[in-house]
Design a binder for this molecule. Structure first.
Ligand code: PLP
Length: 232
């Protein structure tokens, strides 16, 4: 089932890239494996997937221990400061940074391990009360501040758009994200670039790609519905 789902998602990504005149290589598919067992991850791995997303530190660390070392782990969930120390060195990218304090903790723990951690700034693009992320108009100030830190590297922006039934409904938010990314890049000196745009989930990744996403995070569309009543 996972293999077939991946084929469909891959076809959809290709088609969206074509519609937008973009290259397939410019979009990374992150398979969101939260709550799913390692057998499911291995099935996707054997189908060629190397980028996986988790939203809990403990779960990511447990899976990191037992799964192949060439997997690129993405921390996509809200990160608590007291958990940062367990995570550093295990992720290729931390998607949900939304405060200077959190960035400082990542910086401090990264320095201790002598690594530089790549991060994204989470933007609450639709101003939803229930969501984490910063207000778009505060993004430039926060990014400038974080860029002073030596052991974190801001690679771009991330958002979790509203849950929608029709992908099209989120187009305006993806357009806002792209505009924000361009505005910030233009304001930044010394050719620092904000190349990564992590946006789009099962309900809206095709529209996100049409509007410039470089990473899409797809869970249900690959692994099926999540069952939160079961322990993994
Ligand atoms: C769970 C999750 C996803 C994947 O959601 P689906 O709707 O299952 O594709 C993507 N991004 C984040 C931040 C998530 O927590």
């Amino acid at each position: 089932m996972i293999k077939e789902n991946l084929k469909t998602v891959e076809e959809n990504i290709k088609a969206a890239c074509e519609r937008a005149g973009r290259k397939r290589e410019d979009v990374t598919l992150i398979a969101v494996s939260k709550t799913k067992p390692v057998e499911d991850i291995m099935e996707a791995y054997e189908a060629g997937i190397r980028d996986f997303g988790e939203n809990k530190v403990q779960e990511l660390c447990d899976k990191y221990e037992v799964l192949p070392k060439d997997i690129r782990w993405h921390m996509i969930g809200h990160l608590q400061k007291n958990k940062v120390k367990y995570l550093i060195g295990k992720t290729v990218l931390i998607h949900g940074v939304d405060s200077y304090e959190l960035a400082c903790e990542i910086n401090k723990r990264s320095e201790q391990k002598n690594v530089v951690s790549d991060i994204l700034i989470e933007v609450n693009i639709a101003n939803e009360e229930t969501k984490f992320g910063i207000r778009p108009d505060t993004a430039f100030a926060l990014i400038s501040q974080i860029m002073e830190l030596s052991y974190v590297n801001v690679k771009g922006l991330m958002c979790i758009a509203p849950y929608v039934v029709v992908s099209e409904q989120n187009r305006e938010y993806f357009q806002k994200m792209l505009k924000l990314d361009v505005d910030i890049t233009n304001k930044l000196s010394n050719n620092r670039r904000m190349d990564v745009m992590s946006m789009g989930m099962t309900c809206d990744y095709e529209t996100a790609i049409e509007e410039g996403a470089t990473m899409v995070r797809v869970g249900t569309g690959i692994f099926g519905e999540r069952d939160y009543s079961k322990k993994t």
